[in-house]
Design a binder for this molecule. Structure first.
Ligand code: G1P
Length: 204
């Protein structure tokens, strides 16, 4: 474990891990982005990295009104249906500046050269050192090698949003080996109660 010390941004946090990673590719998993283990993503990203020896980020289409919450990618298609070549990355763009509705979700498989790019970062969106800005150097062809995106179509829970965090607990809880049965029964009773009070409310 290491501590970031100060909240200076994701780029800074990843840069702090340099001496633990050394000179090899590594994965970054943001803890508030839960990917359902039934829909594997990281394995596919590592496969694409190994085939192309490129840095790889996970992308997911989001509604246009949510793009400002994420890093956003301009992309070109490749021969592989789930893989795109990234030609630009913008951190939390205003809707009118968003190059697409493909959001960076919290999984990255990065080549070690990214540390050099992080060293050269200037503060970006929100005054923070943004990993997105370092990766944009690769996207615009000014770094060593390309950057690719794996487009994810599976189940993801963004627990950085409070309501989504509660929903993720319920969705994963009802599937849980030990707790699922009890939770499902409780939820059915609870929602029946909610429906009854809604009906009474309508009649009042
Ligand atoms: C971070 C990244 C952003 C990415 C997001 C995914 O933002 O800076 O590019 O899209 O994670 O969850 P944060 O959510 O930490 O503000």
């Amino acid at each position: 474990f290491l501590r970031q010390g100060q909240p200076l941004g994701l780029g800074h946090a990843v840069g702090r891990a340099r001496k633990h990673v050394g000179d090899e590719s590594f994965a970054v998993l943001l803890g508030d982005d839960l990917i359902d283990p039934r829909d594997p993503l990281l394995d596919r990203m590592i496969e694409v990295h190994d085939q192309q020896y490129a840095s790889v980020v996970a992308l997911m289409p989001v509604p246009p009104e949510q793009v400002h919450l994420y890093g956003c990618a301009a992309v070109e298609l490749t021969d592989e249906p789930d893989v795109v070549r990234i030609t630009g990355l913008v951190e939390k763009p205003d809707p009118e500046d968003a190059p697409s509705n493909l959001a960076v979700i919290g999984r990255y498989v990065l080549r070690p050269e990214v540390f050099g790019l992080i060293d050269n970062l200037e503060p970006g969106r929100g005054g923070e050192y943004q990993l997105t800005d370092a990766l944009n150097v690769l996207a615009t062809g000014n770094g060593e090698g390309p950057i690719l995106g794996v487009v994810f179509g599976g189940r993801r829970y963004d627990t950085g949003d409070r309501a989504e965090w509660i929903k993720a607990n319920v969705l994963l809880g009802v599937e849980h080996d030990e707790l699922g049965g009890e939770l499902r029964e409780w939820l059915i009773n609870f929602t029946n109660g909610l429906k009854q009070s809604a009906i009474k409310g309508d009649q009042a």
